[in-house]
Design a protein around this ligand. Structure first.
Ligand code: GLY
Length: 338
């Protein structure tokens, strides 16, 4: 199963379980000044979680295009250097607006991980927020207690931004084996490469105020986010999100145009990864209305483009490279995101 299949099977599972399939919102949250870019699937439902607007469904599922550059969730500096970070990525999610809560969210995530994605149940390590005894007990229906790890706020309390909906969360990590590090459990794994996080279940319970106060939401809700590229990497058994079909396809095209061969551990490899990632981020930002400029979102776009171009230069490109890659991206992602 590659990207298109995983995306399709995920949405179908949740549709079959009473969720409405909702289209991805723009990568630019034009009506939310608290957010630079759409950083999670729940952004388009922020006011539903807050009880400020209502939809004619209580369960939803999406594949959301996200950009994590600037603001609370910023992966720009990691891109190129790790094999799992992206500035642009797709987030699969299921959402409950005052409908189901922890029990069903955990059951759904387990079923999807083991039956839809077909991941090995023995390698899945759930984590829970330090104080969340309920989630800890619920996970024991699926995995032994000694495979469930408690973390504090930094890892297991998710917030959209400095203000807004938030809550304790439970992550699903996949043990990729000793070839990814000597850590034998998630607490020891400081790099996060061996125990790869692929899904985060947020138990939305609070609205964080500017002064940090946590006010309860009208109804406990659920917001989940699974990194599509990471799931595809696990499914394909490849070590990096850059080896998954879409990103590897872009890298192959960079090889064709530049005449330089991509070797994942070569000194020039980060340049390929930066170009492939930044092309996607820039193309989706421009498609959703951002133009390069000297401030705000436009400045971030300009930085991303400039960084992509610098790495093209490092590969020896004499002529503009990003524009020549764009048709490949369009072929691979245009159908899902017309
Ligand atoms: N909203 C859940 C996440 O981004 O991890």
């Amino acid at each position: 199963m590659h990207t298109q299949d995983i995306r399709r099977h995920f949405l179908k599972y949740f549709k079959d379980h009473g969720h409405s399939i909702i289209a991805s919102s723009a990568v630019v949250p034009h009506d939310d000044p608290t957010l630079l870019f759409t950083n999670a699937g729940m952004n388009q439902f922020k006011d539903v979680f807050l009880g400020e607007s209502h939809r004619d469904y209580k369960r939803a599922t999406t594949s959301q295009k996200c950009v994590r550059v600037g603001g609370k969730h910023n992966d720009l500096e990691n891109v190129g250097h790790t094999k799992r970070h992206l500035t642009f990525f797709e987030m699969l999610g299921n959402f409950s607006f005052g409908d189901y809560f922890k029990k069903e969210a955990i059951q759904f995530a387990w079923d999807v991980s083991t039956k839809v994605f077909g991941l090995d149940p023995a390698r899945i390590y759930p984590t829970v927020f330090r104080e969340d005894v309920e989630a800890f007990l619920l996970w024991q229906a699926h995995v032994p207690a000694d495979r469930i790890y408690r973390f504090d706020e930094k890892d297991n309390f998710w917030s959209m931004g400095d203000t807004g909906p938030c809550g304790p969360c439970s992550e699903l990590l996949y043990d990729r084996g000793p070839e990814y590090g000597t850590a034998t459990n998630p607490h020891e794994d400081k790099t996060g490469e061996r125990f790869l996080e692929f899904w985060n279940l947020v138990f939305m319970q609070y609205n964080r105020q500017e002064n940090g106060e946590l006010l309860p939401l009208p109804k406990p809700s659920v917001d989940t986010g699974a990194g599509l590229e990471r799931v595809v990497a696990l499914k394909m058994g490849v070590e990096s999100v850059y080896e998954t079909d879409i990103l590897r396809g872009l890298i192959a095209q960079i090889e064709n145009i530049s005449g330089v061969k991509y070797e994942a551990d070569d000194a020039r490899a980060p340049a390929f990864r930066v170009i492939a990632d930044h092309l996607r981020a820039a193309a989706f930002l421009i498609a959703d209305g951002v133009m390069p400029s000297n401030e705000g979102r436009g400045y971030v776009l300009r930085r991303i483009m400039r960084r992509g171009m610098r790495h093209a230069h490092l590969l020896g490109a004499k002529d503009p490279l990003l524009v020549k890659l764009f048709p490949t991206l369009q072929t691979m992602m245009g159908e899902a995101y017309p």
